[in-house]
Design a protein around this ligand. Structure first.
Ligand code: ADP
Ligand code: MG
Length: 152
């Protein structure tokens, strides 16, 4: 059975806390894709993941950088592909997906053709001014097991 994790947070801090819990379970080559409208909380979630990976540098989504790399317990490859046009050129994404770190992709649907099959799909939707519904959908056995552990 495919495990699905659903949580609701009521502040950016709560979103950080949940992301930190997830980060502790991450391994090299894990790929997480983040879906959600502008302002949903994709970058906020990524900041929590970074903290959970022991990254002390501030994580943001700079205007003209598509991929940023941070050093932590594991490297974090943070991609925000919002500014790529749909089905735009391959920027060598595979080298990140298959690298020694964890990849997080904001607006992943824009590079759907380049994404690995096995990944953790996270969607964030606004359920109030300070509330967000966060849904984790695993694809593949590894992420299914991870979701199972998160539910324990
Ligand atoms: P995105 O990257 O999806 O465009 P951001 O993370 O940049 O979104 O912005 C989310 C905004 O929503 C931030 O200003 C954050 O403080 C606010 N916010 C309010 N409540 C929450 C919550 N529960 N979880 C995450 N962000 C929240
Ligand atoms: Mg963002």
């Amino acid at each position: 059975m495919m495990e699905r994790v659903e949580v609701e947070t009521h502040s950016p801090e709560e979103t950080h806390e949940f992301a930190i819990k997830l980060a502790e379970k991450l391994e090299p080559k894990d790929v997480i894709t983040l879906e959600g409208d502008l302002g949903a909380g994709k970058t906020t979630f990524t900041k929590g993941l970074a903290k959970g990976l022991g990254i002390t540098r501030n994580v943001n989504s700079p205007t003209f950088t598509i991929i940023k790399e941070y050093k932590g317990r594991l490297p974090l490859y943070h991609m925000d592909v919002y500014r790529l046009n749909e089905s735009d050129e391959d920027l060598g994404f595979d080298e990140y997906f298959e690298g020694e770190g964890v990849t997080v992709v904001e607006w992943a649907n824009l590079i759907a053709d380049y994404l690995p099959e096995e990944r953790l799909i996270i969607s964030i939707t606004r359920s109030g001014d300070h509330s967000r519904k966060i849904i984790l959908q695993p694809v593949g056995a590894r992420f299914n097991q991870l979701c199972k552990e998160l539910l324990e």
